[in-house]
Design a protein around this ligand. Sequence first.
Ligand code: NIG
Ligand code: ZN
Length: 408
Amino acid sequence: MNWDHIWIDVNIATMDKQSASPYGVINDAAIAVKDDKIAWIGARADLPEFDVLATPVYRGKGKWITPGLIDAHTHLVFAGSRANEFEQRLQGASYQDIANAGGGIISTVKACREADEQTLFDLGRKRLNALAKEGVTTVEIKSGYGLDTDTELKLLRVAKTLGQHHHVDVKTTFLGAHAIPPEYQGQTDDYVELVINDMLPKVIENNLADAVDVFCEGIAFNLQQTKQVLTAAKNAGLAIKLHAEQLSNIGGSELAAKMGALSVDHIEYLDENGVKALSQNGTCAVLLPGAFYFLRETQHPPIELLRQYKVPMVVASDFNPGSSPICSTLLMLNMACTLFKLTPEEALKGVTINAAKALGLAEQVGQLTVGMQADFCLWDISSPAELAYIYGVNPCEQVIKAGKIIAQ
Ligand SMILES: N=CN[C@@H](CCC(=O)O)C(=O)O
Ligand SMILES: [Zn+2]
């Protein structure tokens, strides 16, 4: 066998959906890499003969390998701080009160319009580095803090450039319909027209986005406006997804699922009809425990129904300055278990195999099987459940991205 390198003396949580064992575990395993792909994986005892003199062999000393983590929902390119709003909320103001008074998302919009690309890039790189250190190898980044054509394009360009300069793969999402900008107050339909007829064509022309998202909510865009944006995106051949049912239930998830959305995200207020729609259309449910925690929400997402209807559950950081200023995908595993009662295995699926599906990457990443991209991490843990159990001492010892060993 002619491989680039091999890992032995490791236990592997493959997250292989065909495996009968929890986490797809293979104990005393080996994994071989050729080019950017997994060339062989299995029990070490079954490892075929290979050229021992020509192939570097790395020993994991009994540690664990998992797929590289995937954060399927972030807003990590932004400028400014909203610590003042954090203080206001602690004194009793709600997230909606602050948004209605012209703060919230709009306050970050002002900061992003003023920031130049280099500043946004530097801020984004720091945050991407923080995620990467904890084993993240793929991340989704949304725009949505520009709300005018130039700034939306600027944010997407920065996100794309981050992906080109970093070993972490970046998928970009155009979220022009995130909030109504001050200059369009009271004219939401006109703003939607700008999103569809000016921003979206330029996003497409410059190949800046893989998907389109909308914040479908009482304080943002209604069902009809949401449908218009998602239809335009679909017609242009882009994937669609939705911020939905975060603060109320206005039926966005059902609409998006029926339109073939990859995912609906937040979904605290999702009801059984909505869950059924996700199940029937193969739409993922993206759970964002960081926002639930930071906004001290009380309405829990319908985890039991999602299980019952076998909807793939994804766990993501939603890293952003307003509702989830927590730049750690790993911490989300713990929060998904403590706040939403996911099992550690469900949580880990939520940042690997299911997160890959939510980004349309199920054939490339998210599980460790032959032919998949060689994105994996070596962890200093004694079982995979430890990734969700303990937080604060980074257990990520090594990252392999597309077959390359990344200096940690
Ligand atoms: N819910 C809408 N958008 C973001 C929050 C953005 C912000 O408050 O800046 C979210 O996913 O939570
Ligand atoms: Zn979000």
